[in-house]
Design a protein around this ligand. Structure first.
Ligand code: KIV
Ligand code: ZN
Length: 518
């Protein structure tokens, strides 16, 4: 299929190389299963010779995962290729991927081999791999920095000896889109047997060009792209699968190619890789970042409410999200506020929108993000000052550690008085919330607890977001501190104060609350 691009996922091999510790077999299987759901064409499951654990992972994935081709990596040496073939024994659709450095730097400094010796190694390793497996891929490592004439000879030799796929890696992320395009053009025009193989590309992101280089190569005839979920991989990572795939989808008009990936599985896969690999995804990451479908500016929110495509080039549903996110902040205009109120059940014509919007802005200036629970209470408060906190945490002391029962002591001020309580719990955060409960006497159940670092290093600020349920509704509390227990306590106190406000306004809210879904 001339216009079909194969998606080769190397999250479990190149991606795993970037992690501080190897993934277990179980973790790799979980990711491989999801990659099969995502319908990638090839899963590079690992590098069997690199460790006994990796051998078992490749072997298990080869045995259990059906659908995609299962591929193993091998240097262009006999023992690697034999080990790779053994690990892939039970695969329904196995592929051996063998590679060798071809640039001057790799030949002279790392391998200490002449060009002729390299060509002989290519021929020998591909032939050996083909004797063990019908599907062989050869990679000219550091192709991006390899002399053009020599690269053409390497590719011709690999294809001549049976490679069905020749991969052109920009191993160190050094090329730029135009230069990479000219490499692909040269191979297309100068390698006599090029029509016998698929040209693949494998771009690293050292200069932030991995996706650009990959897509440019596709425009120039590459028909396999090697990439990873969330772009994880050696150093600055690899081309991100979600970016490559969504560019091919969104810009089909320009690229004219298709791929078989089930895009609605992208978000689920991204989250799984993030969690299993403990590699957070930056908020503004294309396609899968938490802000990728969030609108904050008033002008943008107004535009999206009128017609989604004004500021959305792809739908959140196309990558597996339920809907976009409209952040209510001081930048939100009255159109946005009115729409959110309506979604909460407040669509009476009697609302004085300009006055409410002014009140909303005052609150947003104080708080940053305004959540739905704030909005409901604000509907009933005459002024923002009325929404002052009932309780204030003035002291927190926790003890915890191995072999110590976690305990917390809190002092909370309210109405000119101060009250102190202590509690033990299942960890210091739990002990803290129990001690707070003793003072405030509310029935709160934490439904979701999320901790993020908002700055880097040992002194990083931790931001805790708690979603809690109480008889009064569901509430979101946020707290920030360099101490994560303190950040948790602040977030919990935020919830407590929101519940108090909700109670204060309950008589007015009754009736309306039946319609308001928080
Ligand atoms: O970056 C690279 O060159 C590689 C090869 C093994 C394909 O990962
Ligand atoms: Zn790589």
């Amino acid at each position: 299929m001339k216009d079909h691009v194969l998606i080769f996922d190397t999250t479990l091999r190149d991606g795993e190389q970037a992690l501080p510790a190897s993934l277990s077999v179980g973790q790799k299987i979980r990711i491989a299963r999801q990659l099969a759901q995502l319908k990638v064409d090839v899963i590079e499951a690992g590098f069997p010779i690199s460790s006994p654990g990796d051998f078992i992972s490749v072997e298990t994935i080869a045995k259990e995962i059906r659908g995609p081709i299962i591929c193993g990596l091998a240097r262009a040496v006999e023992k690697d290729i034999l080990s790779c073939a053994a690990a892939l024994r039970r695969a329904k659709r196995p592929r051996i991927h063998t590679f060798l450095g071809t640039s001057t730097i790799h030949r002279e400094k790392k391998l200490r081999r002449s060009q002729d010796e390299i060509l002989a190694m290519v021929a020998h390793s591909v032939k050996l791999a083909r004797s063990k497996c019908g599907d062989v891929e050869f990679s000219a490592e550091d192709a991006g920095r390899t002399e053009r004439d020599f690269l053409c000879k390497v590719v011709e030799t690999a294809i001549g000896n049976g490679a069905r796929t020749v991969n052109i890696p920009d191993t160190v992320g050094y090329t730029t889109p135009e230069i990479f395009a000219s490499i692909i053009d040269d191979l297309m025009n100068r390698v006599p047997n090029i029509d016998k193989a698929v040209i693949s590309v494998h771009c690293h992101n050292d200069l932030g060009l991995a996706t650009s280089n990959s897509i440019t190569a596709v425009k120039h005839g590459a028909r396999q792209v090697e990439c990873t979920i969330n772009g994880i991989g050696e150093r600055a990572g690899n081309a991100a699968l979600e970016e490559v795939v969504m560019i091919m989808n969104v810009r089909r008009d320009y690229l004219g190619v298709t791929c078989g990936v089930e895009t609605t599985e992208i978000m689920r896969t991204s989250k799984l890789v993030r969690d299993v690999c403990s590699m957070p995804v930056q908020a503004n990451k294309a396609v899968v970042g938490s802000n990728a479908f969030a609108h904050s500016s008033g002008i943008h929110q107004d535009g999206v409410l009128k017609f989604k495509s004004t500021y959305e080039i792809m739908t959140p549903q196309s990558v597996g999200l339920l809907e976009n996110k409209m952040n209510l902040t001081s930048r939100s205009g009255s159109h946005m506020v009115k729409t959110r109120l309506a979604s909460l059940g407040y669509d009476d014509k009697s609302i004085d929108l300009p006055a409410f919007h002014a009140k909303f802005k005052a609150l947003a200036d104080k708080k940053g993000t305004v959540y739905d629970d704030d909005l409901v209470v604000l509907m009933e408060a005459d002024t923002v000052e009325e929404m002052a906190d009932t309780y204030r945490l003035t002291y927190l002391n926790v003890t915890g550690g191995m072999g110590i029962i976690p305990t917390a002591t809190v002092r909370i001020a309210s109405d000119g008085k101060s009250q102190q309580e202590a509690a033990s719990g299942d960890g210091v955060v739990d002990a803290t919330t129990r001690a707070i409960d003793r003072v405030v006497g509310l029935a709160i159940k934490v439904k979701d607890y999320h901790l993020d670092a908002v700055s880097e290093g040992r002194e990083a600020l931790g931001r805790v977001k708690i979603v809690a349920v109480a008889p009064e509704g569901t509430f979101t509390g946020v707290g920030t501190s360099t101490d994560i227990v303190e950040a948790s306590a602040k977030a919990y106190m935020d919830v407590v104060n929101k519940i108090c406000r909700m109670r204060k306004y309950a008589p007015k809210l009754r009736g309306k609350r039946a319609r308001a879904s928080l």
